[in-house]
Design a protein around this ligand. Structure first.
Ligand code: ATP
Ligand code: MG
Length: 353
């Protein structure tokens, strides 16, 4: 067996030592679940980074339809939902000429790696993952094994392409830690330097968490507290004006309570630095009027989103194009996945005697 796996170790030692694949571009992978339309959290937390990374990295972006079954076991039309995200990806600026864009369930190789990783993933550590505990609390009648092993499927999504950078929002930090742990563990168990340890990545230099408009928690497709990229101007204005606030600051330079900090977080991503500074000063000298802040914020969001919204409408109506892009993306993703899988099979020992 030793002679069988030797060449793989050599190839990867040569190239893994600098964490750079053979074509000299680092590999980037990320995905989004087709559990609803994309919202500001997905956009600022993930997709803006996807778009900016396309020129400098070997990028693969997918639509995580298997992951969606952990919380949405009976989707109305899982394929159509995937195409919704695909149209929104394209509208945001993902370019199939630059990135490999595919639907997770089109790349079955991921499942075999998921199985191998699950063999070395332990119940205790999976049960301790915060998002598992939260989801288990939210859907006590459906604490399924897919929910428990979400981090191993996510690790398989990333490791199947030996990705090094993973642009995700702050809510994915613990899952990313698990992915690194599973990569390390695989290398240790089989005595190889095979999988690189993938790192979360944000061009802003910090993980982003866009809050919901209901005053608590993150904006999330399954939370019903979102501003969607597909929302029209009137809807956005209405949602922003309804955002929770308080009775205002009583002392100069006081700390902002969570609901107000949430509005400032949105200002930080959607408005100009000058606008942010203006309202921050108003907060600090206690002259802030939340109505003014919300009006400005709503207009800034409308202006940011309007061109994307137009393109979403355009792409959504072109099913033939979406189908072609998904098929071509799947083909490219399968080549990359099959290479890793065959190397993994050899490392474990699944070779002909
Ligand atoms: P669901 O509620 O169905 O889980 P979601 O809105 O959380 O949907 P995901 O598909 O789970 O979206 O996540 C897609 C990407 O968007 C991930 O990289 C995640 O970190 C990022 N993301 C999701 N919500 C936010 C948010 N509120 N702020 C920043 N990033 C976010
Ligand atoms: Mg989520």
């Amino acid at each position: 067996m030793q002679t069988e796996i030797q060449p793989i170790q050599n190839i990867n030692n040569a190239n893994h030592s600098q964490n750079i694949p053979l074509d000299n571009m680092e590999t980037v992978v990320s995905g989004i679940r087709p559990t609803g339309n994309l919202h500001l959290g997905n956009y600022f937390g993930a997709v803006t980074n996807f778009v900016k990374m396309q020129d400098d990295y070997n990028c693969l972006f997918f639509i995580a339809d298997w992951h969606s079954l952990t919380t949405h076991p009976k989707p109305e039309d899982i394929r159509k939902s995937a195409y919704t995200i695909l149209a929104e990806y394209l509208a945001c600026g993902l370019d199939p000429e630059k990135s490999t864009i595919y639907i997770q369930s089109d790349v079955k190789e991921v499942l075999e790696l998921y199985l191998y990783l699950n063999m070395n993933a332990y119940l205790g550590e999976l049960e301790r993952v915060t998002s598992f505990k939260e989801k288990a609390r939210k859907q006590p009648d459906n604490v399924n094994a897919g929910l428990l092993t979400y981090p191993t499927l996510m690790a398989a999504d990333i490791l199947i392409h030996k990705a090094i950078k993973v642009p995700v929002g702050k809510d994915q930090e613990q899952n990313m830690e698990m992915a690194r742990k599973f990569a390390r563990r695989f290398n240790n168990i089989y005595g190889v330097e095979y999988f690189p340890e993938p790192q979360s990545y944000s061009l802003a230099g910090k993980g982003i968490k866009i809050p919901g408009l209901d005053g608590s928690g993150k904006m999330g497709k399954s939370e019903g507290n979102c501003i969607y990229l597909i929302d029209d101007a009137a809807t956005i204005r209405k949602k922003v004006m309804k955002a929770v606030t308080d009775s205002g600051p009583t002392e100069p330079n006081s700390q902002k309570p969570e609901v107000i900090q949430n509005l400032f977080t949105l200002l930080e991503v959607a408005s100009t630095p000058d606008t942010y500074k203006y309202f921050d000063e108003k907060w600090n000298d206690c002259s802030i009027r939340y109505g003014d802040l919300k009006k400005q914020l709503a207009e800034d969001i409308v202006n940011k989103i309007a061109p994307i919204r137009e393109k979403i409408v355009e792409y959504s109506s072109n099913t033939a194009l979406l189908k072609r892009i998904a098929e071509e993306g799947a083909e490219k993703a399968r080549i990359s996945a099959a290479k890793t899988l065959s190397e993994v099979q050899k490392i474990i020992g699944f070779t002909n005697i």
